[in-house]
Ligand binder design. Structure first.
Ligand code: PMT
Length: 690
């Protein structure tokens, strides 16, 4: 996950500075490039030499080199980095970051930083608990920085309490988690409404509410950080746009918010309606200031349109709608009613009964409610709440890909059942696996592999089972792939196995949300090349079983891939002495020596099995007679892998068929099978026993 990531590590003057050395080592081990920037006082705690040795780069501390006046450009560092970590961050540096006191290179680098910033405070418990530190951290959160909370434990002062800098291993985990989610909304268009609406009474007065826009802006920022294309429709708030990539539309009234949302939503994948929209507006807006004339007055109100309900009404199957419910009582009951009435996918309940939740404050306490379940979260900063909500959304989007699959499938070739068995690598990031399984399913099932038009009933049933033998968080996988394809026997519900193969030690890299792509003329991805290879074998063998030697086009494609994929750095492709690497298997099959075996595919399945279900004796006789073809190949090429493979995956079927056969059929078939694959003699003996 951190492979190739450029990290600026700011180190400040704390006793915890020694942990910076461990942090550098861990980051470098993960494949990150680390540029250390030190404050002058941090050099009292750890030497630049230690950190430059570990990072493999000169440490930066001063604005310029005293020897030649060369400038250490904090601006360039701000553009270079994928992330900045300040660890340890002292109370003093935190204060300078809040107020922009740019008297050292670390603070100027922070102020120029374009990438996300992570701050790991380290200080004495009373300093950390002091309102001034807490306020400063709150301000930094509000600026969009990520605070990595310190842990509790024994401090340098020998007091016990909260203030210990988080352990380097955990900081690395936070960073990896960040990069994992970073692209989770890539390619998605998200509409967010935020803030209050003002409904004019006259030119100087309005009906409004206390919404500050903070919750909606935090959501917009989180979505933008995860790669979404965000449109933020904002009511009248005094907040800056939180992320440069966000397209912001400022509105004042509910009607304007309605118009903007209705226009943007049709091109969006997701809408999150966080705005506190006024339900009513004055029926008439006076064009002059209303004068105080009488003791009381009545303003007639008329209903505003419900934006959430209107979007719910036009929502397409592949769009997602998320609402908020701000309640004062009966929270869950009211929220569920809104979920259903507005046709939302889920609703975020926040209640004014909870201290620190709702309007204007920097924190919120929410419960996410969908049709079947609800999940409650503790009081957190609005930034963290946004993280929780968008993580929930990301999971929903992944699920939706799977649920929508049948809609995408249209007259293509395969019904592939994809299984990802991760039991050998438990404990690692399961989201990465979910994403990979979904991507594989979509890739195999939805790609158009041929120019032929397959009807729905012609789609070939096959299984791709990936057993993950090794995985590391940088996206490197080692898997065993088991491929099997079956062909239905006409007039029956029986499926006969056409191909079954286990391919061990396949290596590839996959980062969550990578799009799986395959270009036959430019093989650059081992995973998709391996899949394409087996897909073409499945298609080819299926065609071979339907018409004698009918699958040549597809099988030649598999041969081409095996030929051209030798440089993908995976041992399974290599030609050579091994008779069952991918190249040797398909070369054998296509080079002519195995032609009788290919002819057997047709005669065994189309002529033999299909006939058997109408007329058992004649069908079985066809198969028995044509088993000679298998023998013919074996006599010619005893080492050919496919011949043996055929006997392996057909053993149960053959035992079944010939146990009921005539004595001379049994004898001739068993003699062929025992000759080719004596290791399965127990199975062949069963044919003779019955
Ligand atoms: O902005 P902050 O100060 O950070 O405060 C955040 C918040 C409290 C405003 C926010 O968390 C929140 O709860 N927003 C929704 C407030 C609200 O109007 O809730 P509601 O229960 O009245 O509305 C239900 C849903 O319908 C909401 O998604 C709302 O946006 C939507 N709605 C309501 C009325 C209307 N005319 N159109 C709508 O779209």
């Amino acid at each position: 996950m951190l492979q190739g990531k450029k990290i600026v590590l700011g180190v400040t003057g704390s006793i915890a500075a020694y942990k910076a050395a461990i942090l550098v080592r861990l980051l470098v081990k993960e494949g990150a490039e680390v540029q250390v920037v030190m404050t002058p006082s941090s050099k009292e705690f750890i030497t630049p030499l230690t950190l430059s040795t570990l990072s493999g780069r000169p440490v930066l501390c001063d604005f310029f080199h005293s020897a030649d006046g060369a400038w250490n450009s904090h601006v360039e560092l701000g553009l270079w980095a994928d992330a900045m970590i300040v660890a340890p961050a002292t109370a003093s540096t935190i204060g300078k970051m809040v107020s922009g006191v740019a008297d050292n290179l670390l603070v100027t680098t922070y102020l120029s930083m374009k990438a996300p910033v992570f701050i790991a405070p380290a200080m004495d418990l009373d300093m950390f608990a002091h309102p001034s530190t807490q306020k400063n951290l709150q301000v930094l959160r509000g600026y969009g920085n990520n605070i990595i909370e310190p842990a509790s434990g024994e401090l340098a002062s020998h007091l016990n309490g909260k203030g210990r800098m988080e352990e380097p291993g955990n900081i690395v985990t936070v960073l990896k988690d960040f990069f994992l989610h970073k692209a989770s909304l890539s390619g998605k268009k998200v509409l967010i409404t935020a803030g209050p609406t003002y409904e004019k009474i006259d030119p100087v007065r309005f009906i409004g509410n206390y919404s500050s826009g903070k919750m909606g802006f935090a959501l917009a920022n989180e979505c933008a950080l995860r790669g979404a294309d965000v449109t933020l429709v904002a009511g009248p708030v005094s907040l800056p746009t939180p992320h440069p990539g966000i397209h912001r539309i400022d509105v004042e009234s509910a009607s304007q918010m309605y118009e903007a949302s209705m226009e943007v939503f049709p091109s969006c994948d997701v809408a999150i309606l966080c705005a506190a929209v006024a339900d009513y507006r004055p029926a008439v807006t006076a064009d002059r200031k209303i004068k105080r004339a009488v003791q009381s007055m009545t303003i007639e109100l008329e209903a505003n349109k419900d934006i959430a309900a209107a979007l719910g009404g036009i929502k397409r199957k592949n769009q997602h709608l998320i609402g908020f419910a701000l309640e004062t009582n009966n929270g869950e009951i009211n929220a569920r009613e809104k979920l259903q009435k507005k046709n939302l996918d889920f609703i975020v309940l926040n209640s004014l009964e909870d201290e620190g939740a709702g309007f204007a404050v920097d924190t919120n306490k929410v419960t996410i409610i969908d049709k079947n379940s609800s999940s409650s979260f503790p009081l957190k900063s609005k930034r963290e709440v946004a993280h929780d909500i968008i993580s929930y959304l990301s999971k929903l989007l992944i699920l939706a890909v799977v649920l929508l699959l049948p809609m995408h499938i249209s007259a293509q070739e395969l019904n592939a059942n994809v299984t990802l068995n991760t039991s050998k690598v438990q404990g690692t990031n399961t989201e990465a696996f979910d994403v990979l399984r979904n991507s594989l399913t979509e890739f195999i099932n939805n790609r158009k592999w041929t120019d032929y038009s397959y009807e729905e009933y012609e789609r070939i049933n096959c299984n791709f089972t990936f057993v993950v033998d090794g995985y590391s968080d940088d996206g490197t996988f080692t898997v065993t792939l088991m491929v099997q394809s079956n062909r239905p026997v006409y007039g029956s519900s029986y499926n006969s196995t056409l191909f079954k193969y286990e391919d061990k030690g396949i290596k590839f890299t996959y980062q969550p949300y990578d799009r799986l792509e395959f270009n036959e003329d430019n093989l650059d991805n081992n995973l998709t090349a391996v899949i394409a290879f087996y897909v073409y074998i499945i298609l080819g063998l299926d065609m071979d079983s339907m018409g004698e030697l009918g699958g040549s086009d597809f099988l030649n494609k598999a041969l081409n891939i095996a030929n051209n994929a030798q440089n993908l750095g995976d041992a399974g492709w290599r030609a050579g002495s091994n008779t069952n690497n991918r190249y040797a298997v398909i070369d054998d099959y296509m080079n002519g020596a195995l032609e009788p075996l290919r002819r057997l595919m047709y005669r065994y399945h189309r002529l033999g099995l299909d006939t058997m279900y109408k007329d058992a004796n004649s069908g079985r006789k066809i198969i028995a007679d044509n088993m000679q073809l298998l023998n013919q190949v074996y006599e010619d090429r005893p080492l050919a892998y496919f011949t043996k493979l055929f006997t392996e995956y057909k053993q149960d079927e053959l035992v079944n068929i010939f146990s009921k056969g005539l004595p001379e059929e049994r004898k001739s078939v068993v003699s062929i099978l025992s000759n080719i694959n004596p290791s399965l003699s127990d199975a062949w003996d069963k044919i003779l026993e019955n």
